[in-house]
Design a protein around this ligand. Sequence first.
Ligand code: XIL
Length: 603
Amino acid sequence: MVVAVGAACDPVATGTDASASHRRRVTGRSSPRLSVVNISPRSYSSPTWHALLAVACLVSGFGIATGVRAQDAPPTDGVPQDWPLDDAPALATLAARHGLSIGNAMRDGFQTLDRAELYRRIVSHEFDITTPESSLKWALLRPTEQRYVYAPLDAIVDFAASEGIDLHGHPLVWHRINPPWLDGVAPERIEAVMTDHIAEVVGRYRGRFQVWDVVNEALEDAGPALRSSVFFDAMGERFIDIAHATAHQADPGAELIYNDFGVGWPTAKSEGMFALLERLQARGVPLDGVGFQMHIDHPFAHVEGVSTNLQRAADLGLDVWITEFDVGVQSVDDHDAQAMLYEDILKRCLMQPACRAFQIWGLDDFYSFRPFVDPLPFDDRVQPKPAFFAMRRALSSEPVHLEGCELEGLRVSRGDIVPVAAGGQGARSEASIARCDGVRLGPGYARLSVRYRNAGTLAPSLSVSTAAGEELARVALEPTAATRDGVHRTVTIDTAVRPTGDSTLIVAVEGDPEGADVVGIDALLFESPDGPVGVEGAATPSPSRGGGGATGLAWWLVGLPVPALRRWRVSGPGSRTWPAWQPRHAGYTRLPRSTAPSGPVKE
Ligand code: XIL
């Protein structure tokens, strides 16, 4: 309303083009002139002003009504409702080969969603862990201090049990989505209210939830300090200790993690988080790991930084869950770039043995908590986007964790293998060799990525050969400069030959490094580069929800310009009719790579 009024009273109304040209810059089109009457603030009591107000209310009312109507789910006529898509292995099957869990966040009331059956089929086929998206949040779970509402949560718990899917609890303690009654609790009672809550909830589901986000987002948005909250203000930082101890007591078998956003790559906030985790460990708090939420947007420039922070957590002896992954994009043209980020981050998780799970936050764009940037691997019709196939491709790659190999003249240092200095500093022992058994090269990989660091000035080389002596690849370990994202670099080369089957690989560091711990190799990753990520005939995403034509204008008027504009940009000025669905994956599944990712995976 303020915007409508403002619009009515701003210079535009008087015909000056400043803001008009400003609006043109923002929207790329000139908005219709809003009024011809020159209204000065003095005349707010005038009948004209009241008439204008009435019109603005009517328009915004219409805007909201149509906007909401535009939120209706897209028609599914002609859209496949069956799953699995093809005979390729499920994501969970591919992930299990790496000891990794792959999951999603389950929407409350999933049973009654527009495409509930397809939703269920995809979740039960593709994932082996799921997180209730909202039903554990206090405002929904505990509307009054004495009353717990478990039905929505139980529906998810029962579904997971019936499909053999693990459960990730989220969150036990959070500063958001809390019920109003909590604000009325005296500070001296907050600790009891919190511990009662945790004991009640974790106790009720003892043995059913494999992992809990005990405390969520305790750091300020940009960190590094802890944020004020009803829990922190009452107990200080020790509310985290108490929450973890209470959860551990209620279910000693469950893993307990701290979860936050903006910490998955080196940031001031992640520094604050690692310092917090070290303090918790020093105080003996039961803590098994950390959750990197990873809500990111394309373009994202910190892929190397993600590996750095994964290792940083591993160096603390903590496992990492990527708990809420999604990638915001501005347009359908970014879907391939989006897919690449899904692939790259998932591969970084595979390269780090301490990375335990990769979980997306939701399933399809329509029900995403960031609907305006289409962040998920399934579109509004719950149809797979390039990002889904990119997850398959990532999980079909083969990481080699060098710290798990048999080492000669090499030792492990912060997750890297580094040449052992023979007889003191500088000199290197005869051979620096890692012998890695059981590397599953399946039908063959033609590309190798090597993540390493070299703080020196020389470039020793790394060779990778089969036990039979066939050299697969040779990489010059050029010096790596320290950046905000760490000291490592990842180089990707085509292998000289296409190794197949299960092999023992010999990884050798040749050439004299300039001292102990100057050169370190973190991990290798074999992959098959072939096949497009983007798929021909990919359906255009759904048009603006509440952004098209008159509705767009109405949205604009009711003061929600950003989302509507974004929507406009993302989906282009379209009518609100949903474009006819085009079979997207037909081309894709016929690509050889999708049906034979690697090795004996036909389960
Ligand atoms: C979001 C849910 O997806 C929305 O449906 C809800 O309205 C708000 O919360 N970080 C978290 C999640 O830890 O719990 C949030 O989930 C998204 C950001």
